[in-house]
Design a protein around this ligand. Structure first.
Ligand code: BMA
Length: 793
């Protein structure tokens, strides 16, 4: 039964029915008849899955704009072509009525007969907004509608809603007051809904006063662990909930709550009666006072839900998101704005935004409080609405936010959704699906799921790479080489060539590349490799099943010198917020971000990259090194780059590697002084060269790997030698005699030999005496090259 329920919800959602139900168009419309239809449809869908299905209409009204993205500039003319089609061909002598004009304020309403089933229409707007042409054809006693809503400079739309001065004080006080009531949570297992991977419970907790409870469905992965969490807030309506078993099965705790303070597992019939009885039009309840508003308890219930999640010992203490559509979009904005514990938010066609727009003759958010009545005699309601306007919440959000809606939405006007999006100052992503009305497209649903999983660090390119590295590590350690496909000891720029492949017949499993120089807009990196070539070879290696790592030797932003220019103190200080070079460094980060964002495979998917900036920071030869900045400055530096790439640029293909230099004397305290934190690092690698005697190297590297491997084991991190080598291979048996025995003792993921630059080389070559020893390394059972890691991909 559990599976069936989940399936039902998925089916409903995918067919857009769920969201149709989320909002009855207005309070006058009977939810009951809608839900009856729903149940019929559902029965039909399930009955028909094995046989023929009913899908779509044979008659279609198509309204097509002349701009593919449906976007126009103010004053520009949008030309629409209408076609009424039967079996994909134009229908003759069809009667249509149409209305055209700014959204919710049509200027033209006409009826006409289309001789050949087609007509054109031109519309424009003098100020930013949305212009809709809606056409309804009458054929055989039935009505068929189609619409197209063109956007005019939508990025310039601004909401009308005023923010009360005491908005924050009101909500802070309300939250504090609600916390005087203990949560006193209850949890009841729903055995018939559990799956082999997910335990499903009905839970409840007190929200704003004794006895007033929020109910919901909690889904928790069966496998013990610490998981990210997702709060799902509902669309409008009164109904039971199934919970989000699907997301939970991917490795997350999910809590889907209802808002009405009642059990969420009863038969539909009970909710129908409430919906038509005591809760009918609940969105209008208490509109005359901010303290009486129905939504006050609802919003506070969402905050208490976060209080509740925070107590879970199986929550990982990091990712905590909120998402919902329609009324749930509004609640998403409210929760993310009021609660700093929320780390990401996704709002789909968010309702309750910009209530007062209609007072200025502009489309206003659902439930269109001041549309028909034009706000006459409703001063108190207008004041109240400002405390419950998605716009005033959106302004306050700080976490990454994903927003999606359709231009054809006739419940939540895109005018309000876009204006609210524009007011967001948080890192934000807009994904428009022009043609959807108040429902979802499959692609939109998938994109939303994917975004949520990425925010929770589940199933993104970097997580998949981490899993792969962990699995490969059990079989041995991978061989790596910097700049492998560009040049070697006695060749350069030969397509497909590699010193390692020349010698052993296979590419190294890991290839390293460096971005030094990209920050200043150079075409080639500090070692004269064109960035175009780096992108091409990096992607090629991933496409052939290999693994890539990227380092960055940025120039000195204060002096203009190289990464090794450490004569002038205060370089890190100068680029942190408030520093003289801060702005310049923003541009440098932007260029790095542009390059990393461009690393996509042939199907357009981001390729996973082990990214290891600010390496060797425990030495003092780089401007970010030990004596060149304080510990806290270093961590600020790390966070500034990571937050920019992760949050502002939304790059989820980077596996972050913290990569200090061979030290020999690590203590936990010293290591932690600069360590960015477990939530910021996936792989810890050391750069370990033998610059001095073999004995000194062995002593130091053994001590370091003993320390680091224990740290990695205790903190769930991967371990690697992110750079290593013996300059110019002055000892032809160094690899198997010195390096290999050490590596054999530790759970190392890979070792990366630095580049084969003629004057300073670290890798093997067929033309050098060390080649024979490297072959022995290749032949060992526990060394992995490209073919070894490719075959089991
Ligand atoms: C160093 C040397 C330099 C090179 C730099 C960045 O260790 O190999 O020649 O410029 O790495 O790759």
């Amino acid at each position: 039964m559990g599976k069936v329920s989940d399936y039902v919800k998925k089916v409903l959602s995918r067919f857009g029915i769920f969201h149709y139900l989320c909002i009855a168009k207005n309070s006058k419309q009977s939810m009951k008849s809608l839900e009856k239809t729903l149940l019929m449809l559902l029965g039909l869908l399930m009955a028909l899955t094995a046989s023929a299905q009913i899908r779509g209409n044979n008659i279609v009204v198509n309204v097509q704009p002349d701009h593919q993205d449906w976007n126009y500039r103010v004053g520009e003319k949008a030309r629409f072509t209408v076609s009424v089609l039967r079996s994909s061909t134009l229908l003759n002598n069809v009667e249509v009525s149409y209305e055209a004009g700014p959204e919710m304020y049509p200027e033209t309403k006409k009826t006409t007969v289309l001789k050949d089933g087609t007509m054109t229409w031109t519309g424009t707007m003098k100020k930013p907004g949305f212009y809709r042409l809606k056409v309804t054809a009458k054929v055989g006693g039935r009505e068929y509608s189609g619409a197209c809503t063109a956007a005019f400079s939508p990025e310039k739309l601004q909401p009308t809603t005023i923010c009360p001065d005491d908005f924050d004080a009101f909500w802070q006080h309300a939250i504090e007051e609600s916390r005087w009531t203990a949560l006193e949570p209850t949890r009841q297992l729903l055995p018939d809904r559990c799956t082999k991977d997910v335990n499903v419970y009905q839970v409840s907790f007190q929200n704003v006063r004794w006895g007033s409870r929020t109910y919901g469905i909690l889904c928790v992965p069966v496998k013990p662990g610490r998981y990210p969490a997702l709060l799902r807030v509902p669309g409008a309506g009164v109904r039971p909930y199934q919970g989000d078993v699907y997301t939970a099965s991917q490795g997350a705790i999910t809590l889907e709550i209802g808002i009405h303070g009642i059990d969420v597992t009863q038969p539909q019939d009970i909710y129908d009666r409430l919906n038509n009885g005591a809760l009918s039009g609940y969105w209008n309840f208490g509109l005359t006072s901010r303290d009486d508003s129905y939504y006050k308890r609802v919003v506070l219930g969402c905050i208490r839900a976060i209080d509740y999640i925070e107590q879970f010992t199986d929550w990982n203490g990091r990712e905590l998101g909120v998402t919902g559509s329609s009324q749930g979009g509004f609640l998403t904005y409210a929760t993310a704005a009021l609660d700093p514990r929320v780390t990401f938010a996704a709002a789909v066609h968010p309702a309750l935004c910009d209530h007062t727009a209609s007072l200025q003759g502009v489309a206003c958010g659902w439930p269109h409080y001041f549309y028909w009545n034009k706000g006459k005699g409703m001063e108190r309601e207008i004041v109240t609405s400002r405390y419950y306007d998605g716009v005033n919440f959106a302004r306050r959000i700080k976490c990454p936010t994903w927003v999606s809606f359709g231009y054809n939405d006739d419940v939540v006007p895109p005018t309000t959704a876009y204006a609210t999006y524009n007011i967001l100052t948080a890192p934000k992503t807009l994904s428009v699906y022009q043609q959807t009305a108040h429902f979802w497209y499959q692609e939109q649903w998938d994109e939303w799921q994917q975004w949520l999983l990425q925010q929770m660090n589940i199933d993104n390119a970097a997580t998949r790479l981490a899993d792969r590295l962990a699995a490969l590590q059990k079989r041995g350690y991978m061989a790596g080489h910097q700049d492998d496909p560009f040049y070697g000891l006695d060749w350069e720029w030969e397509w497909g060539r590699s010193d390692i492949r020349d010698l052993v017949g296979d590419y190294p499993a890991v290839m390293g590349f460096d971005l030094g120089g990209i920050e200043v807009g150079d075409q080639k990196n500090l070692d004269s490799v064109p960035f175009l070539r780096i992108r091409e070879q990096l992607v090629a290696h991933v496409e052939r099943g290999g693994i890539v790592t990227v380092s960055w030797h940025p120039r000195n932003p204060l002096t203009g010198g190289t990464a090794w220019d450490v004569k002038t103190p205060g370089v890190v200080t100068s680029i942190l917020p408030g520093g003289s070079q801060h702005q310049k460094f923003q541009l440098w980060m932007q260029r790095v971000g542009d390059f990393l964002a461009s690393l996509k495979d042939a199907s357009g998917q981001p390729v996973p990259v082990i990214f290891r900036p600010w390496h060797e920071n425990n030495g003092s030869w780089f401007w970010w090194g030990q004596n060149n900045c304080t510990d806290s400055e270093f961590r600020e530096l790390w966070n500034m780059l990571q937050d920019y790439l992760r949050n502002d640029r939304q790059l989820h293909n980077l596996l972050w590697s913290y990569s200090p230099n061979l030290d020999g004397q690590w203590t936990l305290q010293r290591f932690l002084a600069r360590y960015p934190g477990n939530d910021r690092v996936t792989l810890i690698g050391e750069d370990a060269y033998q610059w001095g005697t073999e004995q000194d190297f062995l002593t130091a590297v053994s001590a370091d790997l003993t320390f680091l491997s224990a740290f990695c084991r205790d903190n769930g991190k991967l371990l690697a030698l992110t750079e290593c080598g013996l300059k110019n291979m002055t000892d032809a048996t160094w690899w198997t005699r010195v390096l290999k025995p050490v590596m054999d003792r530790f759970p190392i993921s890979y070792f990366l030999l630095w580049r084969n630059y003629k004057k300073e080389f670290f890798g093997p070559s067929k033309s050098h005496a060390c080649g024979a020893d490297y072959k022995r390394l290749y032949e060992a059972d526990n060394t992995l090259f490209l073919n070894d890691i490719r075959e089991r991909q």
